[in-house]
Write a protein that binds this ligand. Structure first.
Ligand code: FES
Length: 255
């Protein structure tokens, strides 16, 4: 049979699916939401403004290493530019996200019992997918960044004294879901005890097993935490950006 063009290939594959449920809804929603998130992330990385408002530091600009090291005096790039690579690598190499973007963007395959797009599969041996092998190292940076985000959430309760604003609460909710997402990671589960063949053969084996069991329970909901934490970090950053660009007096009102 002659080689089909890409759109014709998609149509031919979709029309040959025998599933009668709406299997295409999940990849469709995933494509739309991930694309919007990526576009928003790019805007923030290159925007280079609206990163602070009162006691709030926008999560995309945290930690503010560019300010600490005076990097923005050397290069006129946004603070987000210097930190974005780490959470980006962490999410892009996450086992859950890999499954969902391979399905949504590459149709590889788009759903169970749906034929995949014909392509020359080379695994994760070529750039950029070879970077997925760095997931465990990205986890170490994600834990470090999480520490700074919790610090920002605590600082968000102080502005000329103690205050509780909508943003402070939003920061805490964001940190809770980011913590659940980070520590339900498959690599963290491996480190917590999944790398052991015999718990009774090592010191503290019983405690390791109990810890691994807890992480395994979290791990079952890793996909849910991946989604919710993406939405909360997006909401928290957009919230700070909106306040910062609004001209409202810093740290005023219930905001
Ligand atoms: Fe998803 Fe590690 S597997 S963050």
């Amino acid at each position: 049979m002659a080689e089909l063009s890409a759109p014709a290939d998609y149509i031919e594959r979709v029309s040959s699916v025998q599933r009668e449920d709406r299997w295409w809804v999940e990849p469709f929603i995933t494509t739309v939401v991930y694309s919007l998130f990526i576009l928003y992330g790019l805007l923030r990385v290159f925007e280079n403004q609206f990163s602070h408002w009162g006691p709030y530091l926008a999560p995309f600009y945290s930690p503010p290493v560019a300010e600490w090291l005076g990097l923005n005096r050397l290069l006129p790039l946004s603070g987000a530019f210097y930190v974005a690579a780490f959470p980006l690598l962490f999410r892009a190499s996450c086992y859950y996200y890999r499954k969902s973007y391979y399905r949504a963007f590459f149709w590889d395959p788009p759903a169970c019992a749906v034929r995949e797009r014909k392509r020359h599969y080379r695994g994760e041996t070529v750039f950029p997918f070879v970077l997925n092998n760095l997931h465990r190292y990205a986890l170490y940076f994600a834990i470090l960044i999480l520490f700074f985000l919790w610090y920002d959430a605590i600082v968000a309760f102080y502005w000329n004294g103690l205050r509780i604003g909508i943003g402070s609460v939003l920061f805490v909710v964001n940190c809770v879901f980011l913590t659940l997402y980070t520590f339900s990671c498959h690599s963290f589960r491996h480190l917590s005890g999944g790398n052991l063949d015999c718990y009774s053969c090592v010191d503290g084996g019983e405690e390791r097993h109990a810890f691994w069991t807890t992480i395994s329970k979290l791990n079952k909901r890793h996909g849910l935490y991946a989604w919710v934490s993406m939405l909360t970090v997006w909401a928290a950053d957009l919230y700070v950006r909106t306040l910062s660009s609004s001209g409202l007096p810093q740290g005023s009102g219930i905001w």
